[in-house]
Design a binder for this molecule. Structure first.
Ligand SMILES: [Fe+2]
Length: 166
């Protein structure tokens, strides 16, 4: 699943928020599956690839780790992971009968949706074009190979954007 495909997951999450805010019950199993997807996605897929592969390559090519676009993206990854963790806690409480946890589910889900939506836009408009400009073709191809072998990626093209999607 790519970060763009994940936007359909975010749309589903948004509809679930609407349902909870309307006072209706949502199957906790459904919420738990969404949490699992977000956790795997945030921790081991897209963000981890950037942190372990792309950002070190960009730093090695002269982009500062502090005070620039990489620092902004890292900070957003941290905030996103915190929302996913808090969302999971709220889902557990909701599954155990705490109906008041619905508000925390909605708050963290809405915050995560907003964060990831603008994060994707920054990647598309700033980060990946910058990486494509500064990283030698050989480095981009190496990133793609590592990315594909580690995630059994279904990628077809060899630019930075495709290699960072899962
Ligand atoms: Fe990212």
């Amino acid at each position: 699943m790519s970060i763009r495909e994940s936007s359909s997951c975010l749309q589903i999450l948004g509809r679930i928020c609407d349902t909870l805010q309307g006072g209706e019950r949502v199957d906790p199993e459904h919420l738990a599956r969404i949490h699992e997807f977000l956790k795997v996605f945030a921790d081991t897929c897209h963000h981890a690839k950037e942190e372990e592969l792309l950002f070190p390559a960009m730093v090695a090519s002269g982009i500062p780790k502090e005070g620039g676009p990489i620092a902004v993206m890292l900070a957003e990854h941290t905030v996103g992971r915190e929302h996913v963790r808090a969302f999971g806690d709220a889902v557990s409480r909701y599954a155990n009968g705490d109906t008041a946890a619905a508000k925390d589910i909605v708050d963290h889900a809405r915050a995560y949706i907003a964060l990831l939506t603008q994060h994707i836009e920054k990647e598309d408009k700033v980060l990946y074009p910058l990486a494509d400009r500064i990283l030698p073709q050989s480095t981009q191809e190496k990133l793609l190979r590592i990315s594909m072998s580690s995630r059994k990626s279904r990628l077809a093209t060899g630019n930075t954007r495709s290699s960072m999607n899962c």
